[in-house]
Design a protein around this ligand. Structure first.
Ligand SMILES: Cc1cc2nc3c(=O)[nH]c(=O)nc-3n(C[C@H](O)[C@H](O)[C@H](O)COP(=O)(O)OP(=O)(O)OC[C@H]3O[C@@H](n4cnc5c(N)ncnc54)[C@H](O)[C@@H]3O)c2cc1C
Length: 378
């Protein structure tokens, strides 16, 4: 990554700078992707695990994952390849509820395997009729003796088809809406993969069916009725790291644009000599640094600030994904026809960033979180 100046910001400790260096070295020798998406993903998870990076994604005893490390990892990985970032991020999101709310036994059973890359994790919340409105989940879990029986459908589930377990949110009915949900650890062999879903920036994604899936009572995470809070706190922990991934993609776009502008002839000069191009490059750098400041402020607050940082995390995700999309769009524009040609990096980045404005809380939802927090304090 060309611009590493941000690593001297006061949000970081020496261990973060060491992590950035070792991640950079790993990325320089990153395994090449093949046409087999599932195999590529499995390889990336295994390699990230054996290099020790997936330990960052899970709780260490009672300590929560360090958000600055997660954000640095996602920014660096996304700069080099969206699939590597995806493989890393999902190990965290998929096992996050266990890290934050699991029993000692649940942590011991799953987290070491997630950290080594032996078990692939997934987070199954979205349903065909409930995405942003997670309180509306219809998948049910009914108690039957020493078991819970899950019936329903989930869609757009990342790692669907290759995961070893799905942390699944289902209605157990302790109360209305968000008060009647619980979270369960469901081994993948019990779940039907009804459909694989092909998306703009390919990664393993599926629609799942739970056809009277029976899990033991100790598969529940936390208490019955706590599922919504567990889901939201898990999303809140990782929200800022979505912004960090967007920042990695946008920083790569700026570097691609800088290299292209210096190279590309425009009459007797280069594109980089043109004042309009220079203004565009300045705006791109400004947008990236503003995202970085919001991201690492929020990550620092989560790690050491001891404050409720929901507003800061929502701001970081909102700004980094929206501004990052504009930065990448500008890089595509600067490349002219080459920018929309398959195989050119900025074309790939253009597709890679799009879903980040939708998942783990669409931009409109982030604005709602920010506004509600502002109004509460007004
Ligand atoms: C690539 C990808 C990977 C995903 N991976 C996972 C996963 O691993 N696990 C999982 O559970 N889910 C996953 N999802 C699902 C994702 O979380 C949902 O797509 C997201 O929550 C939005 O839900 P929805 O698609 O049903 O859209 P809807 O909730 O129907 O919203 C549609 C649009 O309406 C607007 N909107 C929504 N709420 C508001 C509001 N309050 N105010 C104003 N406008 C609003 C937004 O523009 C939104 O995009 C993934 C999605 C994608 C695209």
């Amino acid at each position: 990554m060309a611009d590493r100046g941000f690593l001297s910001w006061p949000f970081f400790e020496p261990r973060h700078r060491e992590l950035a260096d070792s991640l950079q070295q790993w990325c320089d020798a990153m395994p090449a992707e093949s046409d087999d998406l599932d195999a590529s993903c499995r390889t990336l998870v295994r390699e990230l695990g054996s290099a020790g990076f997936l330990k960052l994604c899970v709780a260490d005893g009672d300590s929560r994952p360090d958000v600055r490390s997660l954000a640095l990892a996602r920014q660096t990985l996304a700069y080099h390849g969206a699939l590597a970032d995806f493989a890393f991020a999902m190990q965290g999101l998929g096992s996050g509820a266990i890290s934050l709310f699991g029993t000692v036994e649940q942590k011991l059973e799953w987290l070491p395997r997630v950290a080594s890359g032996e078990a692939i994790a997934a987070f199954a919340m979205t349903e065909p009729a409930s995405g942003s409105d997670a309180a509306n989940i219809a998948t049910s879990a009914m108690r039957d003796g020493n078991e819970w029986v899950l019936v329903g459908e989930k869609t757009l589930i990342s790692n669907g088809g290759i995961a070893h377990f799905y942390v699944t949110f289902a209605r157990t009915g302790e109360g209305e809406g968000s008060r009647g949900l619980s979270a369960f650890i469901v081994p993948a062999e019990l779940v039907d993969v009804a459909e694989r879903i092909d998306v703009i920036s390919p990664h393993p994604l599926a629609r799942l069916k739970y056809d009277k899936v029976r899990v033991p009572t100790d598969a529940i995470i936390g208490e019955p009725g706590e599922g919504f809070r567990i889901g939201m706190e898990t999303l809140n922990l990782f929200r800022v790291t979505v912004g960090a991934a967007a920042l990695g993609l946008a920083r790569r776009a700026l570097d691609e644009a800088l290299a292209f502008a210096k190279e590309r002839r425009l009459g007797s000069a280069t594109l980089a000599d043109n004042a309009v191009t220079q203004a565009k490059l300045a705006d791109m750098a400004l947008a990236n640094d503003a995202s970085a400041l919001l991201i690492y402020r929020s990550a620092w607050q989560q790690d050491v600030g001891g404050v409720d940082n929901r507003r800061a995390a929502a701001m970081a995700k909102l700004h980094a994904t929206e501004a990052g999309s504009r930065v990448i769009d500008a890089a595509v524009q600067m490349h002219g026809g080459a920018g929309v040609t398959r195989g050119v990096k900025v074309e790939e980045l253009y597709r890679d960033i799009r879903a980040l404005r939708i998942y783990e809380g669409a931009s409109e939802v982030q604005r709602q979180i920010i506004a509600r927090d502002l109004l509460k304090g007004a």
